[in-house]
Design a protein. Structure first.
Length: 224
């Protein structure tokens, strides 16, 4: 990917604006997906996994220009419970700092294969599958990471399938997740996450790629 340096955000305001152009809307997750409440995270904070394997919020570190998490849901219907979904876009100051974020996800899984999301939510049996560009079919990002596990919530029981998918493109990380419920298979979760993840990568590329001159006489097509 030929990145245009002039298109890269250098201020918090620019990064926040780009995130809103890139991050998924509820409709990207397919029929029935709606906003959860709260829909958007506090832009001044981000989640950190403590030494006790419990997630909590902290102020943004200096290496992060901006981040945003959106929460969605496919409400319970028929023999299926509510499917909780999320999308996260983070803009670091440099690709190296974004790479550290991806590495920390692997470290967190090894350190805490069981993690407490909230007082009434747990993810267990976590396992990560990383792939660099050119490995395991990764032809779309500098790094890709798939995290699989089991999710248990007070209102949905469990364990149910849990997925976290994250990609890094330069100084950006993009992620989607799904917390399963009754009637949802792991394959269902993959299906619901595929389009929003691909869409976010496509919109990011469209925002930061350099225009490529077209041969004389040709008609320029759409960007990736």
């Amino acid at each position: 990917m030929d990145i245009d340096p002039a298109a890269l955000p250098t201020t918090r305001a620019q990064a926040a604006a780009l995130i809103r152009d890139v991050i998924a809307e509820p409709s990207a997750f397919g029929p029935g997906a709606v906003r959860r409440s709260p829909y958007e995270s506090d832009s001044r904070r981000w989640p950190v996994l403590g030494d006790d394997c419990v997630w909590h919020q902290q102020a943004l570190p200096k290496d992060v220009l901006a981040t945003l998490t959106r929460s969605y849901e496919i409400p319970a219907s028929g023999d299926r419970g509510p499917l909780r979904l999320s999308a996260v876009v983070t803009v670091h100051r440099t690709p190296e700092q974004a790479d550290w974020e991806s590495a920390e996800v692997l470290e967190e899984m090894m350190r805490c294969p069981t993690q407490q999301l909230r007082s009434d939510e747990m993810i267990t049996s976590l396992n990560n599958v990383p792939s660099s560009f050119g490995e395991s079919g990764n032809e779309y990002a500098d790094d890709a990471l798939l995290e699989l596990g089991e999710y248990t919530g007070a209102d949905v029981g469990g364990p149910h399938p849990y997925l976290w998918e994250q990609t890094r493109i330069g100084q950006f990380t993009l992620a989607v997740s799904a917390k399963g419920a009754k009637g949802w298979s792991r394959a269902d979760l993959f299906d619901r996450l595929r389009d929003p993840h691909v869409g976010m990568r496509s919109r990011l590329r469209a925002a930061i790629e350099r225009d490529t001159p077209q041969p004389s006489g040709s008609t320029k097509g759409g960007r990736r």
